[in-house]
Ligand binder design. Structure first.
Ligand code: ZN
Length: 189
């Protein structure tokens, strides 16, 4: 088994059931990265690999969307000797808050924990562009997308193939299996 997936498995971060993903898609599998990232030894191990891939890009700032990417951005930035910041939605609009800033022409690495459709990554891209900075790459721990494409170098620690459904033709909905919204309740290993 892939080392990354082994860590997710070991920490109970790969959950099977019927899930509503933040992208709006339904799936029989959910990756709860928080359960992996609660262990500093694992967040360090994973983000070091991510940082290593982008080490020659002279990165000034690592940025990811809250909450999932906060630790990923921080840990990755640590190895790149860069700043770590995060974007948040305010009234549905992704932006930098808390006095975070990006200077013009700074080199930016965008990170995520898990990429499904790439929609929140694209929102972060728009935020970074609005500061006239250089996006040098996009990195994530797990790419569970069908075949997401970005206009920037994209690197994931692992690419997995898992079933996702549009709500209107979800096989699990058809079976009347109750849907869970991850993060909204306590999870048991
Ligand atoms: Zn469903």
């Amino acid at each position: 088994m892939n080392e990354i997936l082994r860590i997710y498995e070991e920490t109970g971060a790969i959950k099977k059931g019927h899930f509503l993903l933040s992208s709006g898609l339904h799936s029989d599998t959910y990756f709860q990265s928080a359960l992996v990232l609660q262990y500093p030894k694992y967040s360090e191990f994973l983000c070091k690999s991510l940082a290593n891939h982008f080490k020659n890009y002279k990165i000034d700032v690592v940025v990811g969307p809250a909450i999932g990417a906060i630790i990923v951005a921080y840990e990755t930035a640590k190895f790149l000797n860069a700043r770590a910041i995060f974007t948040e939605r305010e009234n549905g609009i992704m932006k930098l808050r808390r006095g975070f800033y990006i200077n013009e022409n700074e080199n930016i690495l965008i990170v995520e924990d898990v990429i499904t459709t790439g929609s929140s990554t694209n929102e972060v891209i728009e935020v970074v562009k609005s500061y006239n900075a250089n996006i040098v790459g996009i990195g994530c721990l797990i790419d569970r997308s069908e075949n997401v494409k970005f206009d920037y170098p994209f690197y994931s620690l692992v690419k997995v193939i898992v079933k996702t459904y549009r709500p209107e033709n979800c096989e699990l909905c058809a079976l009347k299996i109750p849907i869970e919204k991850p993060g909204s309740k306590e999870w048991k290993k």
